[in-house]
Design a protein around this ligand. Structure first.
Ligand SMILES: *[C@@H]1O[C@H](CO)[C@@H](O)[C@H](O)[C@H]1NC(C)=O
Ligand SMILES: *[C@@H]1O[C@H](CO)[C@@H](O)[C@H](O)[C@H]1NC(C)=O
Length: 395
């Protein structure tokens, strides 16, 4: 009996290593950090010939775009000082008509865009996107991309006009939002991956990894919440902010919370922020006076990290059905170059974000965050560190 089985087992063992590569996710290493860089980004090869570009990962955006040298319009207000030259597509790449599938989808995805095709420029797909800190304008381009060792054509933005212009280590944005023109839906449409699942682990000290595609999750301690949409963002619903050990939330009403890896810090509306800052001051006591720091608004000095950990109690965001996201001190503080400890939670109202809690990179550090568009759920779990999983593993 044993002799009969062995060739079969041997054959199975031979086949086994092949299985993961056909169904596994694509995993990319991340560069950057919350502070002082302010971005987590991947390197992708784009264009013909392929060139390397740094793209900020944005789960709050639908269109991947690069700062771009437009053949006619040039690059107006582009950030200077990039080591690599700008993305410079040919005119033929930019002939994505207004009726093209991706342009139709993009026009649907971008709020405030005129639904009619412009009579003046029907042979190209113009867009303008507003972010928290500015706008970007461009036209859609179809170009080659190399990802996970495979090449394909994708639609991305040739962003020839940025406002305001500011120094940045990245060339553009990798859009991981819910729209059809998003990066992952395009890869799925082209059968480069089989499932629209996105995950990231942002390393506390920088780095980490991003994955997309088919990934199975076991009982790895992941907290799952149903995925709700709130104004185009991934949201686990309404949340109340709690300080550990306090029966009452800091603000009594729930506010929609959204995940946005494109935001460096976490933002909460002033009606929560004001009592929050008050609570923090009370928590650390009057023996520590606030100090001025060039980089962030609410800062203090401490003798050691142990003192910081002792004084700053964990926070949590409480969603419906007892679903919670725990936020240890190290997920809401930043140690600055002036050797201060500052709040990494900022005043949303101050930047025009008055209606929602924006969960940014600072809070998602050393956490695996999963956007499962396949099963309509969001997951998160704290990690010891965000080291990239072994390439041969199923991640
Ligand atoms: C992203 O796409 C979704 C789905 O089409 C859409 O509802 C949303 O408006 C888009 N988000 C942004 C920020 O443009
Ligand atoms: C938050 O911003 C609003 C609007 O700018 C301001 O009125 C409020 O005082 C700010 N709160 C804190 C704690 O800075």
């Amino acid at each position: 009996m044993a002799a009969m089985w062995s060739p079969i087992i041997a054959l199975l063992l031979l086949l086994l290593p092949l299985v993961p590569s056909s169904s596994s996710a694509i995993t990319l290493p991340l560069h950057g950090n919350v502070y002082p860089v302010g971005h987590y980004y991947v390197t992708l090869q784009i264009g013909k010939p392929l060139k390397h570009y740094f793209l900020d990962i944005h789960t709050g955006s639908n269109l991947t775009w690069l700062e771009c040298q437009h053949p006619h319009l040039g690059c107006q207000h582009c950030t200077q000082g990039h080591k690599h030259s700008y993305y410079s597509p040919k005119l033929s790449n930019l002939k994505v008509g207004c009726q093209h599938m991706y342009c139709v989808a993009l026009r649907k995805d971008l709020p405030g865009i005129n639904p009619q095709c412009p009579i003046k420029e029907p042979h190209q797909c113009h867009y303008k996107i507003r972010y928290l800190d500015g706008t970007t304008e461009g036209v859609l381009s179809l170009d080659k991309i190399s990802v996970g060792g495979k090449e394909n054509n994708i639609a991305l933005g040739c962003g020839y006009n940025q406002h305001p212009r500011k120094p940045s280590p990245v060339h553009g944005i990798l859009a991981l939002g819910m729209g059809t023109v998003g990066f992952v839906p395009q890869l799925k449409l082209q059968k480069m991956i089989s499932k629209n699942i996105i995950g990231h682990c942002l390393g506390k000290d920088g780095g980490g990894y991003l994955f997309f595609g088919d990934k199975q999750f076991g009982s790895e301690g992941i907290t799952w919440a149903p995925m709700r949409r709130y104004e185009l963002f991934y949201s686990p619903g309404q949340a109340k902010l709690h300080l550990d050990g306090q029966p009452e939330p800091i603000y009594k009403h729930g506010v929609n919370a959204v995940f946005d890896s494109g935001s460096t810090y976490t933002y909460i509306p002033a009606r929560i922020y004001n009592p929050f800052v008050h609570t923090v001051r009370h928590m650390i006591g009057s023996s520590h006076r606030e100090v001025h720091d060039h980089d962030l608004p609410h800062c203090w000095k401490f003798k050691s990290i142990d003192e910081v950990k002792r004084l700053f109690k964990p926070l949590s965001l409480q969603f419906d059905n007892k679903i919670a996201m725990h936020i240890p001190a190290m997920n809401y503080l930043i140690h600055t170059r002036s050797n201060n400890w500052c709040l990494a939670i900022l005043n949303g109202t101050h930047v025009g974000e008055d209606r929602r809690i924006l969960i940014g990179d600072a809070t998602m550090r050393d956490m695996l965050v999963i956007y499962d568009n396949q099963d309509g759920r969001l997951g998160w779990v704290h990690q010891q560190e965000c080291t990239r999983p072994h390439p041969a593993s199923r991640l």
